[in-house]
Each structure stands twice: as structure tokens, then as C-alpha cells.
Design a protein. Sequence first.
Length: 320
Amino acid sequence: MIGKICGTGSYVPAHFLDNNDLAKIVDTNDEWIRERTGVVRRHIIVDETTVSMSVEASKRALENSGIDPEELDLILVSTFTSEVLLPSTACEVQKELGAVNATGFDLNAACTGFLFAYNTAQAYIASGVYRTVLIIGAESLSNTVNWEDRGTCILFGDGAGAAVLKAEEGEAVRPVTHSDGSMGDALTCMSRHRKNRPIEGEDLDSYMKMNGQAVFKFAVRCVPEVIRETLEGTGIAVDDIDYFVLHQANKRIVESVAKRLKEDISKFPMNMDEYGNTSSASIPILLDEMNRKGMLKRGDKLVMSGFGAGLSWGAAYLEW
């Protein structure tokens, strides 16, 4: 059995900060940000939370799929920025949806998180343990951003995306995932609940810190490699793929991946101009946009690829 995506949904806050707004906070300007990242706006929570965005994205995915909450067997939420530590975000979503028959738990793989959640769902479905799974990527990154750090505050935004997977007969292409903890210092964010954190003054370690150059070099090298590794031995060529749905970290990263794969940039949809980097939410938000715009046709061949903190990266092939 394989899990087929039968519905998608997403939610982003109405409030946003554009590049000109950020230029009033840090030494930057619209042209500089656009040129280096492709980001124009990023949506920021006001009254929303990671849980509330997850719930809204999930409701839209369930409506799109035609599946009732009671039919769900499993809820997986990828996040590292939930306002709730206990109970899990997934359990809070289960409660709000009324998904009384679903087991729920969270996982944290940062920007690769939705891909890891998708792979986890596929493994459960293939084993016969569950048949209908809701997967969610949701982040309130604005809570972890140091708004005086130009290297990070220009990049990140808030949002949530979700997809419903239903078991069907078929054989899946084995996904490929990797982690390299030795490079973890390239992107870090310490817990605000750790012992011996500063009692007075601002705890700068509890905000995201990133070595942008290291992350960029890692992404443009590893993403093309893992896509080729995923397709290797399947009989599916890179140029057979209709769309490469990548984590929306940086326009230059996506362009570099397309160039290394020798594929036209039109196969690499992007929306970071509107949302910035929403970490684990970026792939499902983009997937939902593509779905609702009618870009995806039954039988289309897609590759999803995530990459980020850990460092972690991976890719998965699917047919729509």
C-alpha cells in the first residue's frame, strides 16, 4: 500500500511585514533583500498560534479531501516553534478537529520536517498500521527571530500547511533522507527552558542563529544529489519530473539546484516572495497553492525535497 495525497490546505496570518517595514528596523533595503533571497513579504502571527494555524490548515485539507475528521487514524505535526510543549501540537489539533480515532504526535526536523512527516506517514501506511493520515507543517518563526539580526529577520515568516494521505494499492519509490549532526552549528536555536540560561538581560542564544554561507553551500550541493539518489534505479529520469517542490528557503538556492540538475526553472515553483522561509510549513503551503491553482494533474510526477537544520535533507517521489 502507498499513501496518496487526496487533499491539501494551508493558512498564513493576514498581518505581514514587507522589506520596507524591515528597513525601518535593521540596516537593509528592499533591493538588497530581493536580490539575495527573493523574499518581498513575510506573514507574521498576531493572535494566531502554531496550534491555531495547524487547525485551520487541517480543516481546509480535510474539506479539500472530502474526508471527515473521524476517519483519521494518525495526525503528524512537524514543528519546532509550538507555543505548547505538553500536550503535543498534534493532540491539540486532534482535540480541535474532533478526530477522536486518531493517534497524534509531533516531530522536529526543522525545514526538512514536512518531508520527514510524509515519509513517516508512508511507512505506517505501507506496514498496514494506519490507512488515513493527516500531516502538518506549522511554524511561528517570528517568535524565534532576533529582529535586530539582519542575517535572519529578513528571511523567516509564519504559516502552516497540511495534506491528507489515504492508503491505496501501489508500490512506493523509496524516499532518501540524511542527517549530519556534525554540521549542526550552522543553524541553531537554544531552548528557553534550559538550565543556566541568563536570568537577566536578553537570552540571544534562544533566537535563531545561522551561518548563511554554510547553509547555502550545503543546500546547493546536497539537494541535487539527494534528488538523483531518490530517482536512481527507478527508471524515472530527472527530466521526467513535472515539478520539483523544494523547501522555500532562498530563491538563489532553488535556481542553483535547477541549474545543477540541468532542468528549466519553470519546473521549480516558488512562493518565498510572499511568505519567506516558513521552515516545515513551506512545502505544504506551496503544494496547496499549486493544487488550488489547478497546476497539478492526475499522474503528474513530483519530487519534494527539504533541507535545513540538523543538518538534515531528503527527497521523496510521488505521483499526483
